[in-house]
Write a protein that binds this ligand. Structure first.
Ligand SMILES: [Zn+2]
Length: 458
């Protein structure tokens, strides 16, 4: 038999051993070094607390046991991260834009580390963010989960921008500002209060039971956060987020007339879709008459989304107040704009047309090869800036929308093949752009200090 303290001392040694067996050569050297340093620091912190706690201080020992358990789970998740099981160029690009907003504004805080793992199917997309806590002082470690079944489908990965919204919500430094935006978002609507939300659910989706005390308030907080994360995803990833959202969530939506006994954890798909199209309109993502260039290329893409929302609105699925969705969108856009590279870059239809033409020729959608056709030999040639991965995704979705309506792609096999091909080409394009990033980074270093160093391309 063990005393609680002795048992925790043995478990501490076990977790430490697990840590030593984790990762090996699966990430870059600096990434691994940071991960080990952070985990060692947490282990030291736990050990110091454990040493200073007597076996009689049961509630303190329980706290220590929970910290150790959290760390063991984290190490196990990171151990299961395999580069070959997800589209790592996409993962890297997403981590790059997400890291700033997820960093606490504290003197010693460093940018979080992201590790990627694959699980299950379409419901698996997730980011497991860490809250600021006593044992996570220097560097947070986030696990990002991709569905194993969709590993190469980068167009659908745009949905992960929603999960970055959850990660940002776990950042204490900006939580207050985000909560204020959430209040604007739901203001005046039937879901502005927990009781109002329950009444709406009762009348509209057949909810009959409040459940145990606190459940409705908890679900109300969850609904508010989900609505906000949708806006966040849209502002981060642009119109591609809308397509990924609709494609994956609509098949999972509860059929009309299906009653759920308790308030569900997420608002209905239909209400979210309407709010998203409202926000996308506010952000200028759709065709307008003074932008003829967009009309020809993105007409099908835009129309499908606008029509979807109009039909849902006509069927009585509106929930949030339109002007408040637009106001919250502007406020969130202003907040997100404070962080480098976080916001979807302005639409550039000349570029999107070039990328679309590349896809038409079955080559990865990148501007350099299509437009120039000549090789870049040296730094002085001035390589154009990398194409943002979100423009590549958008070009992929626009191309898909236009091709999909052709009779040849009515058959399941040809449709699936088309979508896979577009995804593969877009994934290659993101990878290629990252290589250019490396090149620019290393050569700019060389031009500044005369030496090319190996290091992080960012
Ligand atoms: Zn969510």
């Amino acid at each position: 038999m063990f005393s609680p303290k002795d048992y925790l001392l043995v478990e501490w040694a076990n977790v430490r051993r697990n840590l030593q067996e984790t990762l090996r050569f699966r990430y870059s050297e600096s990434h691994i070094r940071d991960f080990y340093a952070e985990c060692e620091e947490r282990l030291d912190y736990i050990k110091k607390n454990l040493d200073a706690t007597s076996t009689k201080e049961t509630s303190d020992l329980r706290e220590i046991a929970l910290s150790l358990d959290n760390l063991a789970h984290l190490i196990a998740r990171v151990e299961r991260s395999h580069l070959e099981e997800f589209s790592w160029p996409f993962g890297d690009a997403l981590a790059h834009v997400a890291k700033h907003i997820c960093t606490e504004q504290l003197a010693l805080q460093r940018e979080p580390l992201f590790f990627f793992a694959a699980e299950g199917g379409i419901n698996s997309y997730a980011i497991r963010p860490e809250k600021q806590g006593p044992s996570a002082v220097d560097q947070k470690i986030f696990s990002v989960i991709f569905p194993r079944s969709l590993k190469d489908h980068v167009l659908l990965h745009a949905i992960l921008a929603h999960e970055v919204g959850h990660a940002a919500y776990a950042t204490d430094s900006i939580l207050h500002d985000l909560q204020r935006i959430c209040e604007t978002l739901i203001a005046g609507s039937p879901v502005a209060t927990p009781n109002g939300m329950f009444a709406w659910c009762k009348n509209n989706i057949g909810v009959v039971n409040k459940g145990s005390s606190g459940v409705v308030a908890e679900r109300h907080a969850s609904w508010t956060e989900e609505f906000y994360c949708d806006l966040f995803g849209l502002i981060l990833c642009g119109p591609s987020y809308l397509c990924a959202f609709q494609s994956m969530l609509e098949p999972m939506a509860l059929p009309k007339g299906t009653a759920s006994q308790f308030v569900p954890s997420h608002p209905p798909f239909e209400c979210r879709m309407i709010a998203l199209v409202e926000a996308a309109t506010e952000l200028g993502f759709f065709y307008s008459r003074d932008r003829k260039d967009k009309e020809s290329l993105a007409r099908t893409f835009d129309a499908a989304l606008i029509d979807k929302a109009s039909n849902l609105r006509a069927a009585g699925h509106s929930l949030l107040i339109s002007r408040n969705v637009r106001k919250a969108t502007r406020e969130l856009m202003a907040l997100m704009g404070r962080f480098d590279d976080l916001v979807f870059p302005p639409l550039d239809f000349e570029l999107i047309q070039k990328l679309d033409r590349a896809l038409e020729r079955n080559i990865p959608p990148t501007e350099g090869i299509v437009a120039g056709g000549k090789r870049i030999r040296q730094w002085e040639d001035r390589v154009p800036d990398r194409i943002d991965f979100r423009h590549i995704l958008y070009a992929g979705w626009v191309h898909w929308s236009n091709k999909r309506k052709l009779p040849i792609y009515k058959e399941v096999d040809s449709m699936e093949k088309l979508f896979s091909t577009i995804n593969r080409l877009c994934s290659h394009a993101i990878l290629q752009q990252q290589s250019i990033g490396w090149w620019i980074h290393n050569l700019s270093r060389k031009s500044h200090d005369g030496s090319v160093e190996k290091g992080n391309p960012r």
